[in-house]
Design a protein around this ligand. Sequence first.
Ligand SMILES: Nc1ncnc2c1ncn2[C@@H]1O[C@H](COP(=O)(O)OP(=O)(O)OP(=O)(O)O)[C@@H](O)[C@H]1O
Length: 234
Amino acid sequence: MDVIELDGVVKTYGDVRAVDGLDLRVRRGEVVALLGPNGAGKSTTFELLLDLVRPTAGSVRVLGGEPGAARARVGAMLQSAGLPEQVTVRELVRLVGHAYPRHLPVADVLDRTGLTARAGRTVTALSGGERQRLLLALALVGEPELLLLDEPTAAMDVLARRAFWAQARAATANGTTILFATHDLTEAAAHADRVVVLAAGHRVADGTPRELAGDGDLETAYLTLTDTPVGDPR
Ligand SMILES: Nc1ncnc2c1ncn2[C@@H]1O[C@H](COP(=O)(O)OP(=O)(O)OP(=O)(O)O)[C@@H](O)[C@H]1O
């Protein structure tokens, strides 16, 4: 059994085919980067895996079952995540932890995500990068078997990114599987065991960063795969 099994998945919104015949497998303990231009279907894929939207066609399996049944075993950082503004960081991590059948001690999660000094602050008083770290804390607190991370380091500075990946790697040492979306090819090459490239809602490449780059570099391979002319400022 693979942790993620997508077969022929289609998700349409009216005329828009957000996901269009996507096949994807992710094995236990793998770290997989999802790359693709704006609108390629990455966020929709996460929403399907979290049972936030249902596929128009095809099959979505997470941890061997329906996505809804696996929800308590999955941690997520989504671009669209809203947070209550007037609770403190500590309270929010505690509250979310209690929503899971088992959870890590709050102090431990705050320490891991570098938020101990911010524990008593309200969410509204956090910087963009601190807010991202809080989202990571909320994703980790339930000791998930699968982490789904949609552009997790977008607002983080260099040190915070480093700390983030150290934490993510530590989670994989315990068998946690990670699927993350990014526009940062250097980050994908540095941290992913495997890179999956989406374009127009389906998979156009799948391999290790080295396999995808071939004799050249990952960026050139990516631009070719996604049909973006080199030099196009898009
Ligand atoms: N709820 C929705 N209603 C209508 N169209 C949608 C909806 N969600 C996504 N789409 C469309 O589906 C396509 C795929 O969107 P999606 O957000 O999955 O792309 P993405 O790869 O995550 O893009 P980005 O890199 O910009 O975050 C886009 O054309 C988007 O406008």
